[in-house]
Design a protein around this ligand. Structure first.
Ligand code: COA
Length: 503
């Protein structure tokens, strides 16, 4: 009995000793804090080196004090900031980002369900055809696109005559000017005068003509630069430039030199290539990757369907319901509709960006083995409006810099004047692409583009970092639906009034 009591007492003592030992820092920690190298190794084995380095250095002295001072060994608190205080320096918000995505999906799912319950299924892929064609036996927009080849051939012919010396530089310039003048006015006249051209068909044809205008302008400039360069070379080296017009690159592709580039094949390669800036020798990819090509094709088809479905199911009902508040000039309701439209409009715009700048352009580039795939940059990180315009549409930005902005700077115009001139040209084309197909001139797109100049100044001057980035996003998210609503409202009022007048 006495033995069992003694054993029980000694076991209790052992348990108490173990408990107090577990509250104390381990040997390695204490010794490491006290500076023993052996103990430091032990502490590394215990995994303490995995801790954040910065935190370790700041709390080193504190730990040293606590581990060596027996009265501090039992402490479980230390001086530290809460994670959400900016003083804590904490920046790992991945979980919060995921939460944002989950919230976004959930709130949009609710909107989606509400939309379905209210309107039923409005998606109708066949209706899309009617956006392009009024009459299935007449394809005016497609005919316009076919006619565009005439302008391409005139530009090529002019350049050939210039290279042979049959046209003087002055005559060549005149022919190019007339060709490009007609290129931009002729389709506009057809769209305005021919009632069978639908707004969507007209906008598509005019977009192709605008792209062609920018391409032919670049073609003319580059060939002129080549002639200037070769005449300088001729003067310098006093030898003719009758070198073979085609040389072989190490990569196997032919390297073309002026005037060997003035062929139909070269011209049409440029017309179809996903760039607006002409070059005699574009960088080429070694081969066509079939898998990559098919992935881009699937994305194109998928996003086309999604874009159409979202526009029909989500945007059109909101736009329809916005007409009354707009007509009544009911400001609070107008703002509510604008904000309501902002979400689907923005989603559509983002999808359009991916569809056009990633899927379609990469598809075309892969097919043509066009090597330069920088069609966009990280515009989503824009902290200034200037950065956004430099990075969201690289082909247009490159063209603006090479053929308009830098030539203006070289002629002695100031940066501000040159930038304003670029935005003016861009505003003109934005208005051209909207007003002509809608057959009404309201200048909303023009003003939206010109407003970028004061906006760029304001954001650059007063906002920095995340605030600048938020300002860029807000201008995109709110600015676009505002313009959309204005155009749709004006279009509706114009046609509604015409119908009423006709009765
Ligand atoms: C106007 C615009 C061209 C200005 O571009 P930017 O990059 O801000 O212009 P910068 O003043 O920084 O200068 C750009 C280039 O000009 C060069 N440059 C500057 N001053 C120069 C001068 N006096 N002479 C020659 N070159 C000069 C710079 O070195 C720089 O060259 P780099 O690109 O080779 O580095 C640009 O904002 C733009 O493209 N806007 C329109 C975009 C648009 O409408 N897009 C439509 C999409 S739908």
């Amino acid at each position: 009995m006495g033995d069992s009591v003694a054993i029980e007492a000694s076991a209790r003592r052992r348990r108490a000793a173990r408990r107090s030992a577990s509250l104390m820092p381990e040997d390695g920690e204490c010794a490491a804090a006290c500076g023993s190298p052996v103990a430091a190794n032990i502490s590394r084995v215990n995994g303490r080196t995995k801790r954040d380095r910065s935190l370790e250095t700041t709390s080193k002295t504190e730990r040293k004090r606590r581990t060596c001072d027996p009265s501090e060994r039992l402490s479980c608190h230390k001086t530290q900031d809460s994670l959400l205080s900016s003083a804590s320096g904490y920046n790992k918000y991945r979980g919060i980002l995921n939460w944002c995505v989950v919230m976004l999906v959930l709130s949009n799912a609710r909107l989606f369900l509400e939309n379905l319950l209210k309107h039923g299924i409005l998606v109708d892929p066949i209706q899309v055809v009617s956006l392009f064609l009024n009459d299935p036996y007449r394809w005016p927009a497609a005919c316009l696109v076919i006619v565009a080849n005439v302008f391409v051939l005139v530009a090529l012919y002019t350049e050939r005559q210039l290279s042979k010396g049959s046209f003087s530089e002055r005559l060549g310039f005149l022919v190019h000017a007339i060709n490009m003048g007609v290129l931009i006015t002729f389709p506009a006249a057809v769209v305005l005068l021919l009632p069978s051209v639908t707004p969507v068909g007209g906008a598509s044809a005019l977009s192709i003509y605008t792209i062609l205008f920018l391409k032919l302008y670049s073609y003319k400039d580059v060939n002129l630069w080549c002639r200037e360069l070769s005449s300088i070379k001729v003067k310098k080296l006093s030898r003719s430039l009758s070198c073979p017009s085609q040389q072989h690159w190490s990569g196997g592709d032919c390297k073309v030199s002026y005037p060997g580039n003035l062929t139909i094949r070269d011209m049409y390669y440029f017309v179809f290539a996903p760039t607006l800036c002409y070059e005699l020798n574009f960088p080429r990819s070694p081969s066509v990757r079939v898998g990559f090509l098919l992935r881009r094709l699937c994305e194109m088809l998928f996003f086309t369907q999604v874009l159409v479905a979202l526009a029909q199911q989500w945007m059109v009902p909101i736009i329809r319901s916005s007409m009354k508040p707009l007509e009544d000039m009911d400001l609070s309701r107008m703002t509510e509709r604008l904000l309501r439209l902002a979400v689907p409009n923005h989603l559509l715009w983002l999808m359009f960006f991916y569809w056009f700048f990633h899927s379609s352009m990469n598809f075309t580039a892969e097919l043509l083995r066009f090597g330069d795939r920088q069609f966009y940059n990280d515009w989503w990180n824009s902290e200034t409006v200037t950065y956004f315009w430099q990075n969201w549409n690289i082909p247009v930005h490159k063209w603006c810099l090479r053929h308009f902005y830098k030539p203006l700077l070289r002629r002695g115009f100031s940066k501000k004047v040159s930038q304003s001139a670029v935005f003016f040209l861009s505003a003109f084309f934005h208005e051209y692409l909207v007003s002509v197909p809608l057959r009404m001139f309201r200048l909303w797109a023009f003003m939206g583009m010109m407003a970028q100049i004061p906006l760029a100044w304001f954001v650059g001057r007063f906002l920095r970092g995340n605030y600048g980035n938020a300002a860029v996003w807000i201008s995109i998210i709110i600015g676009q639906p505002f313009a959309v609503l204005m155009y749709v409202h004006d279009y509706y009022v114009l046609h509604h009034r015409q119908e009423v007048d006709g009765l």
